[in-house]
Design a protein around this ligand. Sequence first.
Ligand SMILES: [Zn+2]
Length: 535
Amino acid sequence: MKRSGLAVIALLFIAATLGAQVPGVDQATIARIRGEAITNSQAMETHWWLSEAIGPRATGTPGYQAGADWVMKKFAEWGLANIHIERFPFGQGWSIDRFSAHLLTPNAAPLIGMPRWYSPSTKGTITSDVVYVKAASEAELAKYKGQLTGKIVILQAARPVRMLQGRIVLEMTEADWAEAMKLPDPKPAASPASPASPASPASSAPPMTPQQFAALLQRFLVAEGVAAVLDRGSDTDMSAGGSDLSWQTQRVDGGTIFPGNGGSRDPKAPQQVPSATLAVEHYNRLVRLIEHGQPVRMELNIQTRFHPETDPAGHAFNIIADIPGSDLADQVVILGAHFDTYPYATGATDNTTGSTAMIEAVRVIQQLGLKPRRTIRVALWAAEEQGLIGSREYVARHYWDAKTSTPKPAHANVQAYFNLDNGTGRIRGIWGQNNTGAMKSFEQWGVALKDLGWRSVSPRSVTSTDHGSFDNAGLPGFQFIQERLEYNSRTHHSNMDTYDHVQKDDVIQQGAVAAVFAWYAANTSERLPRKPLAK
Ligand SMILES: [Zn+2]
């Protein structure tokens, strides 16, 4: 079914007549929406401007602002209503100005790497020996006292690099699909508590947690005047497919890196040593050279920029625009996706694809001059990557009073929230979040999308993206089921989240599915059932 673009177009009008009868929704309109979304798609053009022309859109950076300016201008051109931003406090933003790493001894060699998120800058281009610090405790660390000033430090052992033998591209097999379609097995009951082991007389102080040791290590490195720390990222090359499923893919290595945090958006947080993540193959060589007693010298330049929060209303903002409804205009169907990205590439699959699909869906409906009964709203969130902050702020502002744990009046007016945030792959269905009433409607709506690769609705509840902010507040919030493809093996939060890894036909399909779902939700004569509010 994938990437059979022409066949899809040929089937377009036949299939559209096969949609289920949904009271209030005219199948001819569904056919027109599909036609505009497939044959006149602007999705890849929108995607290119946001990803490649503008670049990364990390929250609190000029890149995010530039992306917002571009998309709001488009919304205005298309005649959307209520175009505005909603600010919230975030902290400082961070972007990369320059990065270079070169091995000097034993031979000159450029190294692949990226500064860690929120790393401070080195003092210009530095040249230094590399020291391998092997310390798992405060006592072991103390041995290095006075030896690290001005040095480039590495802390991790080499990690074996495997051939690409495992699963790399996650296209759902029938077994994967079967797992996705059923509720997770109940967690095994906790085994009866084992008798407490007798306290060892040697351990007078409780052992440190890994977090406590990491904080102690960072304080030590700062105090010793270390020039920079280099790492190679995770200890494993396996990556979960997400949505609490057992699917795993092998990460590709080979220059693809997944840097972690090297500082904080809180300007008052303790200072850290400048840090960067190197490609594992390049990092491993440093370790092996040092373990063979060979001197290792490097030249390193990390130049990063902090963007202070100067706006009293906050540094981060969500972007909102509406297609106003008619007789049910107070009720709203929200199409949402996070607009912020990681700083390492162009955010092509996380989440320019999801944002593009939702932007395209409102373009399609507006282009056709269609007037929905309920208001269709597009919401592009900031600061998802820091913990769904933008969508949570929106829900708190409009729908849910966190102080009293009670719904606000507008809570009753949300017909549905639909989210997209799992990369470039085709939409196969939707996670039902245990809302059996809504799932029945989605099964009916999906009939009109079967020829585009739609399969079914899963009862599972999934987490970790912005529909969760709605679901947690008792609102009907949902995330579409997507093919993960290379999302977890290559692009998600890496330096290779680029346009070249975007699957064009799949992104076009995403826009079509979002537009069709928005239209059903906005026009059906029924309110989408809700789960009972958790007490
Ligand atoms: Zn994302």
